[in-house]
Design a protein around this ligand. Structure first.
Ligand code: SF4
Ligand code: SF4
Length: 377
């Protein structure tokens, strides 16, 4: 017998989820657009997105859960406190995207979704199968959420709820359970003639509305890109060191975003929002682990965070950082040495020649040498 969708939604809300929608477990209507995006290479170095095994699962959800009938989509608000712009735009601090100010959301949402799935199973009292994902599965989450009536996909490619904005996490249960009713898909878009997000993007990452070229996106580069950051993009990063909120924060629908009740996402202090760049430049592997072990930032490891901090320092125009950068020219990680060299050049120009020449002479990493060659004409 089909399960009551109202019963499920009441339980999900009782468990703290702010949005719930249910849609049938059929493939996403935006698959073709997604594959055009992949074929154009806009996924950058996220090669896993193009993998055949993921394609097979994405195209047919039965390859994730055999006999899948339904997708229960949930949303959990993460907007916490309003932070003064003076803190966010302080060039001596590195800015962190607001979803990462506290606990890793996977650790909050996944167990809660498993509890919800177990609850359904217990209610039904017969064997069912399910799979829980929180942005890790081979599924087009935002599209399925739109199909589940939870909002529209904006020109910034985010899922936007017209009365809640887009500061919420998504998660889903793909299940063999059939429901007595399914939600009506949301209108495809409500952006109208607005183009705020497209214009505000600091690195011009939208080649057209609804299409984000990850290869130009600060969020992609600071989090996903393990390699060197394109030199021509670095100035646009400003003081972002982990993610970027710009195309969400300028969206007019964001005025409806709700502060979360979940203290898991409230930053304990200003340093969780925008740590001092000196703190980031002087991180060791141990201090990085101590500071970020429970944060989503942990997955990028110390090397990438310090690389990102070097870019923010290079953009700061603040010469107080020069001694820290000179120290990083001796870092064990080539990518850190190279980005520190770039930042030093931004702050000192030709006055950095002596340090850069010394680094060049002792350097055996080809990419660091190439970085210096590109900097010094
Ligand atoms: Fe542009 Fe930032 Fe949005 Fe990326 S996250 S598309 S860099 S505004
Ligand atoms: Fe749509 Fe405007 Fe929001 Fe961009 S800023 S997603 S165009 S409403």
């Amino acid at each position: 017998m089909p399960f009551s969708s109202q019963h499920l939604k009441a339980q999900a809300q009782a468990m703290g989820f702010n949005l719930v929608g249910i849609t049938q477990a059929v493939s996403s209507p935006t698959l073709d657009a997604y594959y055009r995006w992949i074929d154009a290479g806009m996924h950058g170095k996220m090669g896993y997105l193009a993998r055949e095994d993921r394609r097979i699962r994405r195209d047919d959800l039965n390859n994730i859960v055999d006999g899948a009938q339904s997708i229960v989509m949930v949303g959990l608000d993460y907007r916490s406190r309003i932070v003064p712009l003076s803190l966010l735009h302080d060039p001596t601090r590195g800015r962190i995207a607001s979803y990462a100010w506290q606990l890793d959301y996977h650790d909050v949402i996944e167990p809660r979704l498993e509890d919800l799935a177990s609850w359904m199973q217990a209610q039904i009292g017969e064997a069912t199968s399910h799979k829980v994902y929180v942005d890790t599965g081979a599924v087009l989450e935002r599209s399925h959420a739109q199909q589940a009536g939870m909002g529209f996909i904006g020109k910034n490619t985010m899922l936007i709820h017209p009365r809640r904005g887009s500061y919420f996490f998504l998660g889903e249960i793909i299940s063999t359970i059939e429901f007595d009713s399914y939600d009506t898909p949301h209108r495809e878009t409500m952006c109208g003639t607005c183009t705020r997000c497209l214009q505000a993007c600091p690195t011009d990452a939208f080649p057209e509305p609804y299409v984000l070229d990850a290869r130009r996106c600060i969020s992609y580069h600071t989090i996903e890109n393990k390699a060197w950051i394109d030199r021509e993009l670095r100035a646009g990063f400003g003081n972002w060191v982990y993610g970027c909120d710009v195309c969400q924060e300028v969206c007019p629908f964001q005025r409806f975003s709700q502060a979360t009740d979940d203290m898991s996402f409230y930053p304990p202090d200003d340093d969780a929002v925008a740590p001092h760049l000196t703190t980031l430049l002087t991180l060791t592997n141990d201090s990085f682990k101590a500071r970020y072990a429970n944060s989503p930032i942990y997955r990028i490891k110390r090397k990438r965070l310090v690389r990102n901090a070097c870019i923010a320092v290079g953009n700061s125009g603040d010469r107080q950082f020069i001694p820290y950068l000179i120290q990083l020219l001796y870092d064990d990680e080539a990518i850190v040495r190279g980005h520190a060299a770039w930042a030093l050049w931004q702050l000192m120009g030709r006055d950095a020649l002596k340090q850069l020449q010394a680094l060049y002479d002792r350097e055996d990493d080809a990419e660091v040498r190439a970085e210096i060659e590109a900097l010094v004409p």
